[in-house]
Design a protein around this ligand. Structure first.
Ligand code: GMT
Length: 378
C-alpha cells in the first residue's frame, strides 16, 4: 500500500508512534510518505520506501496566525496526486483530521478517493480537543474519518464521553520494537551517572504541567531520604525551570541530572532502576512502556490508560494523582532489596512484551485493508 502519514514531528508520543509505525510498515513492504512540517525526530533513515514531504507555511504579515491547516491540506492534495497515495493515516486529531478531510473533499472533486484513518492520542481529546473553541471541529473531523483508532480503552471511553461520536473507535494500543531493547548494551555507562550504591530514578517527558514534574521531584526527594539515589530528568518543556527551583529549595540539585531532549533514551533507561510517571492525565504512557521494555519498573499515577500498561504490584505501582506519600512508599517497596528489584525488572520486561510491534502493527494494516475495501464498494 502507499500510505501517507501525518503527525507532529516533535518528541511527543504521538509523533514517536507515527514514526515507528511508518518505519515498520515500510519494512513490511509498504511505501510510506511522512507529511509534516519537520522531519520527525525518530526518522533517521529515508529509503526507497520511506519519504518525507515538508509542509511549508509562508509567513504573511496580515495573518496573526499562519494557516497551517490550509498549507497541510494543500500539501496532502499534491502528495496524494503525485505519489498516488492510497490512504491517509493522521495522528492527533487537531488539526490533522480536519486538514485531511478538506484534502479528501478537494481530491474527490477530481475523481480521486482517498480514505482517512484517524488515530487519537490523548491530549487531542482530553485536554485540547474538548475545549469548546475546538470541540465542534474535532467532533466533525472524527465523525468524517473513514476509520478511527484510539491508543487505549480509556481514551476510547473518554472520546465517547466527551464528544458526540457516530463512528466505531478501534482500540489499538501503542507498541515498541522489542528488538531495540534487547540490545544488551555493554556500554551502559552507569558509573558515569551514579555511585555504585546509588539507585537511578528516571523521568522522561515534555515537562508540561500535565506531567506533574514537581511531583517527580517530590517523590525523588522522599526516595533519596531513605536510600542513596540520583534522578535523571530527560526532556524540555515549560516546567523545567520550576523543577530546577524545587530541587534548589529541597537542597537536592546535586542529585538531579537534567539531560534536556535526548535521542538516546534507551541508553539512559538501560541503567535506570525506577521510572516515575505521576501524570495528571495520560491516555497511554508510552514513556512508561519504553521504560518497562528496558526492564525498568514504573511508579505512576492511576489515571487514564496507565493501568492498561503498568500493572499494580507486578511491573510497578499506581497511586492517585498527587499522592506523593504513596508513590514514595511504593518506590521504596520496589527498591528495598536487589532480589525484589530484579523481580520487578523482569516483570516489567515481560509485561512490555505484550506490546511488541510485530503483534500490533498488523492491526493497523488490517484497518487500512478494511477501510480501502469499504471505500471501493462505495
Ligand atoms: O504525552 C505527551 O505530552 C505527548 C502526547 C502526544 O500527543 O504526543 O502524548 C499522548 O500520546 C502518547 C502516544 O499515544 C501517549 O502515550 C500519551 O499518554 C498521550 N499523552 C497524554 O494523554 C497526556
Amino acid at each position: 500500500m502507499k500510505i501517507g502519514i501525518v503527525c507532529y514531528p516533535t518528541f511527543g508520543g504521538s509523533g514517536v508512534v507515527a514514526t515507528e509505525l511508518g518505519l515498520e510498515l515500510s519494512k513490511r513492504g509498504h511505501e510510506i510518505h511522512f507529511i509534516t512540517y519537520n522531519q520527525p525526530v525518530r526518522l533517521e533513515l529515508l529509503s526507497n520506501n520511506v519519504h518525507y514531504h515538508e509542509v511549508n507555511v509562508p509567513e504573511y504579515p496580515l495573518f496573526h496566525y499562519q494557516p497551517y491547516e490550509l498549507a497541510l491540506s494543500s500539501k496532502l492534495v499534491d502528495m496524494v496526486k503525485l505519489h498516488k497515495i492510497e490512504i491517509l493515516h493522521v495522528h492527533y486529531a487537531i488539526p490533522h483530521a480536519y486538514a485531511a478531510y478538506m484534502a479528501k473533499k478537494m481530491l474527490k472533486e477530481e475523481g480521486i478517493h482517498v480514505p482517512i484513518v484517524t488515530t487519537l492520542h490523548g491530549t487531542d481529546i482530553t485536554l485540547v480537543g474538548s475545549h469548546p473553541f475546538y470541540k465542534p471541529a474535532v467532533t466533525f473531523s472524527i465523525n468524517k474519518s473513514d476509520a478511527v483508532t484510539a491508543v487505549s480503552k480509556s481514551l476510547k471511553e473518554d472520546t465517547l464521553r466527551l464528544f458526540d461520536i457516530k463512528q466505531d473507535i478501534n482500540v489499538i494500543p501503542n507498541f515498541i520494537d522489542l528488538d531495540k531493547y534487547n540490545h544488551g548494551f555493554t556500554d551502559c555507562q552507569r558509573e558515569m551517572m551514579a555511585n555504585e550504591d546509588e539507585k537511578i530514578i528516571t523521568h522522561i517527558s515534555n515537562l508540561r504541567p500535565v506531567k506533574r514534574v514537581l511531583d517527580v521531584i517530590d517523590v525523588f526527594y522522599g526516595i533519596q531520604k531513605e536510600t542513596p539515589a540520583k534522578l535523571m530528568l530527560i526532556g524540555e518543556g515549560p516546567d523545567k525551570e520550576k523543577a530546577e527551583q524545587r530541587c534548589i529549595e529541597l537542597g537536592i540539585l546535586d542529585k538531579v541530572i537534567f539531560f534536556g531532549r535526548s535521542n538516546e533514551i534507551d541508553k539512559i533507561l538501560c541503567f535506570s532502576d525506577l521510572f516515575l510517571l505521576p501524570s495528571q492525565t495520560e491516555s497511554f504512557g508510552l514513556a512508561a512502556l519504553e521504560a518497562m521494555a528496558s526492564g525498568v519498573p514504573v511508579i505512576s499515577s492511576n489515571t487514564g490508560g496507565i493501568p492498561e500498561v503498568n500493572i499494580q504490584g507486578f511491573s510497578g505501582y499506581l497511586s492517585d494523582v498527587g499522592d506523593i506519600d504513596s508513590m514514595v512508599k511504593n518506590a521504596l517497596k520496589i527498591l528495598k532489596d536487589e532480589e525484589h528489584l530484579n523481580t520487578f525488572k523482569n516483570n516489567s520486561r515481560q509485561e512490555a512484551s505484550k506490546f511488541d510491534l510485530h503483534a500490533i502493527v498488523p492491526k493497523y494494516e488490517a484497518i487500512y485493508q478494511d477501510t480501502l475495501s469499504k471505500c471501493l464498494v462505495l
